[in-house]
Design a protein around this ligand. Structure first.
Ligand SMILES: Nc1nc2c(c(=O)[nH]1)N[C@H]1C(S)=C(S)[C@@H](COP(=O)(O)OP(=O)(O)OC[C@H]3O[C@@H](n4cnc5c(=O)[nH]c(N)nc54)[C@H](O)[C@@H]3O)O[C@H]1N2
Ligand SMILES: Nc1nc2c(c(=O)[nH]1)N[C@H]1C(S)=C(S)[C@@H](COP(=O)(O)OP(=O)(O)OC[C@H]3O[C@@H](n4cnc5c(=O)[nH]c(N)nc54)[C@H](O)[C@@H]3O)O[C@H]1N2
Ligand SMILES: [Mo]
Length: 766
């Protein structure tokens, strides 16, 4: 990779030829065993495998190609011809590999053998599975159970996840942090308080009936491109789409569907957003307060004139609680404060509110732009308030639609991966497996980091993911990680977490979802839950990357058998031989969600779990849908009135899946050749007397005595509000203090991090 970035705003649509070109490039570079044709046959199709990229819904009547550029990229990288073998590890000392980039590490291809770190030679050496399990088991037996952490990244299937949470509980803790702790945990905390469900209420068919879509803080073109198929259909019915995002994300602007030959030939894009607003980072509560204020004013006028109400007063009276306090807050907030907080003028917010008020049924979509803030929970609840004002909950074409990240992140929670005991049917598990489950809440991701930093964790088992790259406070965490006694990493590709070794470190390679999972009773099926609560079966189609790989259920069982006393009610080997038996266990423990599980696996479009709020049944403390009044207009950490403090958004490029970096092209933002950039409004750049493309260093604007900094960032003039800047995750994670997380959900506040900017030239000059 070259180190200087180029930037030329991208004027092409999302999808279209640009996406086909990129897809082809990755197919060739990875020499993948799959091809476009293979993808068309099996990808996201009933009888095929489910995409490992995002969690967006898979329709019952799939398109000819039910995949997108980024799903295809993820699959080509999974099915790559490249291999990271014992010979590779023999050639490369781990301390040397620490200088490699994220891209270069994973670009070595699939791991092939179980490996153990050998401190003497500073290399990984191959071990047998039996040896690995025996030693891991012997280690685990030595620790106090509360000192071990069982992390999951959101890819593992429902079957694996169920076994994994049972392993943790039989071992003696609820320490089950999940990637969702860094992601939609805010949703999982906010929605139950407001509407009594931890998940979204919208099904794919609601998009056919909706009259308006509001979108906040989600980058559809990159992170859930298949949703664009749905949005295109929505736009063809002339339904307005109102977008709030500090950046003008290309996916929300223009889309050419690669599956429509006519559209490909003319390259005439479907415009997606009908209104696009660019608020400051962290200011969505102010935006929504402004919209609500407009609704109240129009409702007053309508009542005075004896016309139809703007608010759904009948719904509010019959179904909600807390309206008066919410109304008082909105009416009591001055327009000038709202405008100052979000940087948008009153008439812009009124125009957005007008579109909302004129639509009968409205869907609100959101992503990390709302969840990863100090007041993320309050922000999501404010969005619910807006929907409740007009009864947009629990009827067709309306509701809340959090767009989840990892392909089974939502499902893992459903089957018991949770550190909070109140979310898990422990009594049922106690009875079924004849044991006394630990009753104390376990650690989430931030708490696990705190405990590791405090030297209180003995062992960390990671079921997928790249923990150290994904979390905040990287410098401290990399140092403290070395004090762990044991690190066990179940993975498909080499990443930096594997290179920060503990006293004993194992790297256990596993299958990817598109590979055939052959067990004693034949090829196995696994299942996952999409963003809209629908459960799908997935069958691998390709030969495993190496004969030495084990499936995730087999690895979990291997560790469990070595670490735990025998328990006849938990027949690990039988479960691994036939995953249908695990599904029976899931059904027995979660009967409402999984009734008839094995029989309903292949329902086209998946089978939806019941969500009470869809029926206007509110499983909340009040038995009603709760209006929740936000505590402030701005959701980020207070940076005072110092104009030198900027709010940094850390986000994804179009060429990465989280910490897996496919390349350095962020095509949809027109940024190429380097990820070490910071997007800045030219007015800010000039205010700080920074030259175009100059290199700068960012430091966290904190006064806790810790210095947090990232240098070598090239400033790029960008269409972004003044005072807000943006740069890539994971490069900028060292800037995020561990204590800057969302209140209540503890989701790290990765959007609107308060930072200072320094010119590198000046720093060198002295
Ligand atoms: N190809 C690909 N697909 C992915 C992923 C990937 O890395 N690559 N990751 C997966 C995962 S785990 C997840 S969680 C999702 C993430 O998908 P997204 O939720 O889209 O997450 P980000 O890329 O972090 O982008 C957040 C968006 O919010 C905007 N934003 C930032 N701050 C604010 C704010 O204060 N207010 C508003 N209104 N907007 C704001 C940013 O400009 C950006 O457009 O995608 C999933 N899908
Ligand atoms: N600053 C900042 N930080 C963030 C975010 C942000 O927006 N900004 N986003 C946060 C979010 S939303 C998330 S979800 C986290 C992501 O955190 P993680 O989920 O921990 O990270 P990933 O990058 O998805 O993990 C990639 C690794 O998973 C392994 N892997 C891939 N497929 C499989 C598989 O099928 N099985 C197994 N066992 N392993 C597999 C590979 O070895 C690969 O290297 O990061 C969070 N961190
Ligand atoms: Mo995520």
């Amino acid at each position: 990779m070259t180190d200087r970035a180029s930037h030329k705003p991208y004027d092409q649509p999302t999808g279209g030829w640009g996406s086909l070109k990129s897809l082809l490039k990755h197919s060739v570079q990875q020499g993948a065993v799959s091809s476009g044709v293979g993808l068309m046959r099996s990808h996201n199709k009933t009888g095929g495998y489910m995409c490992t990229s995002c969690a967006w819904a898979k329709p019952g009547k799939p398109h000819l190609a039910e995949f997108c550029e980024n799903g295809a990229k993820a699959t080509f990288w999974d099915l790559t011809a490249k291999r990271t073998t014992p010979e590779f590890f023999a050639k490369h000392k781990v301390s040397g590999l620490l200088n490699w980039t994220d891209h270069d590490l994973e670009n070595e291809g699939r791991l092939t053998h179980p490996m153990r770190y050998d401190p003497g030679s500073d290399t990984y050496v191959a071990v047998s599975w039996a040896e690995a399990f025996d030693d891991i088991g012997a280690h685990l037996k030595r620790y106090s159970p509360k000192d071990v952490v069982f992390y999951t990244s959101g890819r593992a299937a429902l079957e694996t996840s169920y076994m994994y949470q049972l392993l943790a509980r039989l071992y003696g803790n609820n320490n089950l942090p999940d990637s969702s702790n860094m992601c939609h945990e805010t949703t999982s905390v906010a929605l139950p308080q407001s509407i009594g469900t931890p998940v979204g209420t919208v099904l794919l068919e609601d998009f056919q009936e909706t009259d308006c879509i509001l979108s906040f803080g989600q980058n559809v073109g990159t992170n859930s491109p298949r949703l664009l198929h749905t949005l295109q259909e929505v736009r063809e019915r002339d339904v307005p789409v109102v977008v709030f995002n500090p950046l003008r994300e290309r996916g929300w602007e223009a889309f050419v569907n690669p599956q429509r030959p006519g559209q490909m030939l003319t390259n005439k894009a479907t415009p997606i957003a009908t209104q696009y607003y660019q608020p400051r980072a962290g200011s969505d509560i102010a935006v929504m307060t402004g919209m609500a204020k407009a609704l109240f004013a129009w409702d007053d006028a309508a009542q005075a004139a004896g016309e139809a109400r703007v608010l759904d007063d009948k719904f509010i009276a019959a179904h909600t609680h807390g309206f008066e306090a919410f109304e008082a807050m909105v009416r009591g907030t001055a327009w000038s404060d709202i405008e100052a907080a979000c940087g948008l003028p009153r008439d812009a917010l009124q125009a957005a509110a007008r579109t909302y008020a004129e639509a009968k049924s409205v869907i609100a979509i959101y992503g990390m732009g709302l969840t990863q803030h100090k007041l993320g929970v309050g922000t999501v609840q404010m969005l619910i308030n807006l929907l409740l004002m007009r009864g947009n909950m629990g009827r067709p074409g309306a509701g809340i639609c959090p767009v989840r990240g990892h392909s089974n992140v939502q499902g893992q929670r459903t089957v018991g991966i949770a550190e909070k005991t109140e979310l898990v049917p422990l009594d049922k598990m106690a009875e079924r497996y004849g044991f006394a489950p630990p009753r104390e809440d376990g650690m989430n991701t931030v708490e696990a980091c705190e405990a590791i930093a405090a030297g209180k964790v003995s062992a960390f088992v990671g079921l997928g993911g790249n923990f150290i790259r994904a979390i905040p406070e990287r410098d401290l965490m990399e140092r403290k990680w070395r004090d762990l006694d044991l690190s066990v990493q179940i993975a498909t590709k080499l990443n930096r977490t594997h290179l920060i070794t503990a006293r004993t470190t194992y790297l256990l390679p596993t299958l990817v979802r598109s590979e055939i999972d052959e067990q004693a009773t034949g090829p196995q099926i696994v299942t996952m839950e999409d963003s809209t609560t629908c459960i799908h079966a997935s069958r691998g189609k390709y030969r495993p990357a190496s004969p030495h790989l084990l499936s995730e259920p087999a690895i979990v069982a291997g560790i469990a058998k070595a670490a735990l006393p025998e328990n006849p009610s938990v027949p690990w080997d039988l479960w691994v031989a036939d995953y249908a038996l695990i599904r029976d266990e899931i059904e027995a423990v979660f009967p409402d969600d999984f009734r008839g599980f094995n029989a309903r696996l292949d329902l086209p479009g998946g089978f939806p779990r019941p969500v009470a709020a869809r029926e206007r049944i509110w499983e909340t403390d009040t038995g009603k849908a709760n209006f929740k009044t936000p505590s402030a207009l701005h959701a980020s950490f207070d940076s005072g009135s110092d104009p030198g403090v900027l709010r940094l958004i850390t986000l994804r490029s179009n060429d990465q899946f989280n910490t897996t970096i496919y390349g350095d092209a962020d095509r949809l933002r027109g940024i190429h050749h380097s990820r070490m950039i910071v997007m800045m409004n030219p007015k800010d750049r000039m205010r700080f007397q920074i030259a175009k493309n100059e290199l700068v260093r960012l430091t966290a604007a904190t006064d806790d005595g810790v210095s947090r900094s990232v240098g070598g960032l090239q400033v790029i003039d960008y269409d972004i509000p003044e005072g807000t800047i943006a740069a890539y995750y994971p490069e900028c994670n060292p800037l995020i203090p561990l204590w800057q997380y969302a209140e209540e959900s503890k989701t790290p506040a990765a959007k609107s991090v308060p930072v200072l900017v320094h010119r590198e030239a000046l720093m060198h000059d002295g």
